[in-house]
Design a protein around this ligand. Structure first.
Ligand code: V47
Ligand code: SF4
Length: 380
């Protein structure tokens, strides 16, 4: 601590921020922006890691999950999305649409395997509505009652509720009663109106995204929050985004994890926008850890950011690396994510965490600890 304060002593604002962090006081939006503009990587890493270790020690969480993407057909046209081409290239586009049976088969394929969660997200298909998804979840729970269903971004849910002419709370209650356990964090992108207008102007607004998550928390479903960074936004937009999430978390305490998502420029309408450096990635994660004092978990989604960077991020505030994933996860692979067919075995996840001297803990979807793998001898 002393070292860090001495290091930052030449800059009184960085010194003040470090003192606040050590006293467990909240930093302001202006201080968040200051960190983006003036915080050196070593300083940010030391602060973020001190928070991570204060909260979780060496513990690093993962779960055993798999993904299902029912379709890549989407009525929206987000400029960063490799799916959205469907609207413009209908006749010459590799569209897929899983049937209900395909989805049940995918669930049955995990019979006897100790998977705890299915993550279901996809494009916003005009024909798949609230009733369809209610039945789908009910049937999934019949096949596999113990499986936690984490499903649908606020964007998909907003569309479903509008079409069914129900309020967010009504729609979410229907899905919860069908067996849905929580919401993933997608669709948040950047809340700022002007940036959102340029990158994803036709889907739900930032306010609607926040209202959907507030409604979910009110009906008893926890959720995650994401932030799409590294495109046309500036530090003020990132801080504004996190500030809004922090305010909602103060109100509901319903968020489990915050997941920064690095913009990838493959195969989309923003391919001309250069991707940011790994140094920027480290800064974003570290500042998120410092700024979001009421979020318990900062997650690195390894298929997107890559295994090596995920390992390094465990020293920059990250304490969760999502799960085994097992997926086609085309939304990212099409956009140039690190992993084209992401799947990690439990052994590989444990090794990834142990290799950087952290403690691998399997968790369930709401962060109950299921198993400590530190002493396990696993062969790769
Ligand atoms: O909202 C789409 C992102 C998100 C690109 O909650 C892109 O546990 C970068 O939110 N470059 C959906 N990102 C996925 C998501 C998610 C993923 C893993 C775990 C969880 C969780 C949530 O994917 C979208 C958008 O921000 N995305 N295209 C792209 N070119
Ligand atoms: Fe559709 Fe989601 Fe892609 Fe936007 S990011 S075009 S809402 S699939």
């Amino acid at each position: 601590m002393t070292e860090l304060l001495e290091y930052s002593a030449t800059d009184s604002q960085l010194k003040t921020i470090a003192q606040k962090v050590y006293r467990q006081e909240r930093i302001t939006d202006d201080e968040g922006i200051y960190l983006f503009e003036h915080g050196e990587l070593s300083y940010l890493g030391a602060l973020a890691n001190s928070i991570r270790e204060r909260r979780h020690g060496n513990k690093t969480y993962f779960n055993k999950n798999f993904h299902i993407e029912p379709t890549n057909i989407c009525v929206f046209d987000c400029k960063f999305c490799a799916y959205s081409k469907y609207l413009r290239e209908k006749d010459d586009y590799d569209a897929w649409e899983l049937s209900e049976e395909d989805i049940y088969e995918a669930i049955k394929a995990y019979e006897g395997k100790d998977i705890t969660e299915v993550h279901i997200v996809g494009g916003v298909h005009p024909k798949m509505g609230l009733e369809y998804f209610k039945n789908l979840i009910e049937n999934i729970k019949v096949i596999r009652p113990d499986l936690h269903v984490k499903a649908f971004t606020a964007v998909e849910l907003d569309y479903m509720c509008r079409k069914a002419k129900v309020s967010y709370e009504e729609g979410l209650t229907i899905l919860k009663d069908a067996g849905q356990g929580s919401l993933p964090g997608g669709g948040a992108e950047i809340f700022d109106k002007e940036i959102r207008e340029q990158i994803s102007k036709d889907k739900c607004t930032g306010e609607e995204w926040l209202a959907m998550h507030e409604a979910a928390h009110n009906v008893g479903m926890p959720s995650n929050a994401t932030m799409l960074y590294g495109h046309i936004e500036g530090p003020e937009h990132l801080v504004d985004h996190m500030s809004k999430l922090r305010a909602l978390q103060d109100k509901t305490n319903g968020f489990n994890a915050f997941i920064p998502l690095k913009f990838r420029n493959g195969n989309n309408q923003m391919s001309h926008v250069k991707e940011q450096s790994v140094i920027h990635d480290f800064k974003v994660y570290a500042i998120a850890r410092i700024f979001l004092d009421n979020f318990n978990h900062i997650k690195a989604y390894w298929p997107m950011i890559g295994r090596k960077t995920t390992q390094s991020l465990l020293a920059f505030g990250v304490n969760d690396i999502d799960g085994t994933v097992d997926d086609s996860t085309k939304i990212y692979s099409m956009a140039g994510a690190e992993e084209q067919k992401p799947v990690m075995t439990t052994e590989q996840m444990v090794a990834l965490i142990k290799d950087v001297s952290r403690q691998p803990i399997e968790r369930d979807s709401v962060y109950n600890e299921l198993k400590d793998y530190s002493e396990e001898e696993l062969t790769l």
